[in-house]
Design a protein around this ligand. Structure first.
Ligand SMILES: [Zn+2]
Length: 118
């Protein structure tokens, strides 16, 4: 991959990183605000717990995405950005453009996801 492309992906990843970090900061505020602030009556409790779980699970997703972005940024620096971590083949450019923080080619990603479901 040439330097110009690398710089483009790096800029895109940094932009995504900022977005995810901001979303995370908002979530953290939300959860704290709700836990400490307004009192809930019995009827609302069920819903509150459910939405709290949703908040936390999407928070976990954001944290995972953040990790992947940081990893991708390191991969750009070490020159392994477009190499699949598992099979060591080149990840197609179109795939990186669609998901700039991926570390796997389509085949390996599918295998990973199939394993997760087990
Ligand atoms: Zn692969």
């Amino acid at each position: 991959m040439d330097e110009e492309k690398k710089a483009q992906f790096q800029a895109e990843l940094l932009r995504l990183r900022k977005e995810v970090t901001e979303a995370l900061a908002r979530k953290t505020q939300d959860v704290h605000g709700r836990a400490g602030g307004e009192a809930l009556d019995e009827a609302d409790m069920g819903n509150a717990t459910l939405s709290m779980e949703l908040e936390l699970s999407s928070r976990r997703m954001l944290l995972e995405t953040l990790e992947m972005i940081d990893k991708a940024l390191r991969r750009i620096e070490t020159g392994t950005y477009d190499t699949c971590e598992i099979c060591r083949r080149k990840i197609p450019l179109e795939r990186l453009q669609a998901i700039p923080y991926t570390s796997y080619c389509v085949e390996c990603q599918a295998k990973q996801e199939a394993q997760r479901k087990k």
